[in-house]
Design a binder for this molecule. Structure first.
Ligand code: HEC
Length: 129
């Protein structure tokens, strides 16, 4: 009995996690942003203070945080720069990444921290994994 209850509880937690991951821009998940940054961005950018090697021509994320507002960073990521591979990040992933980048340091900040909801150039791109 105890075993079954435990399994049910685990299933519930997993379901809750999966749900929150697909909920549109409800909450910015900074630790998740860090995971994405380390997986997809660390090849070129210094994404965290403990990283020592990156490409010379890509600015560190701490530098980005000090120069750009959340809105500017998310706009950049929504419409990828030609020198960066198109990573087809979902809006949730962009929000988490921007939250993580802005957690690295102070910089210009506007009162609104949520990324733009949707627009003609913001296709909804569901992405798994
Ligand atoms: C293949 C290398 C590469 C990868 C991978 C990469 N970037 Fe970049 N990124 C660059 C380069 C190079 C620049 C500088 C582009 C320029 O200003 O011409 C840049 C610029 C940026 C900027 C703008 C900085 C500024 O000063 O305006 C942001 C923000 C950024 N990248 C975020 C990311 C994020 C987030 C990821 C991961 C999801 C990522 N990049 C992955 C190479 C990369």
């Amino acid at each position: 009995m105890v075993r079954i209850q435990h399994a049910a509880r685990v299933a519930l937690v997993v379901a809750a996690t999966a749900f929150s991951a697909s909920t549109p821009a409800a909450a910015i998940d900074v630790p998740h942003g860090k995971i994405i940054a380390q997986r997809w961005c660390a090849e070129c950018h210094l994404v965290s203070p403990d990283q020592t090697r990156a490409k010379a021509d890509a600015p560190s994320f701490a530098d980005v945080a000090s120069r750009k507002t959340s809105r500017e960073i998310s706009a950049f990521l929504t419409d990828p720069h030609p020198r960066m591979p198109d990573m087809t990040l979902s809006r949730d992933e962009i929000a988490d990444l921007v939250g993580y980048i802005k957690s690295l340091g102070p910089g210009p900040e506007e009162p609104v921290t949520t990324p733009p909801k949707s627009g003609p150039d913001v296709p909804a791109m569901p992405k798994s994994g």
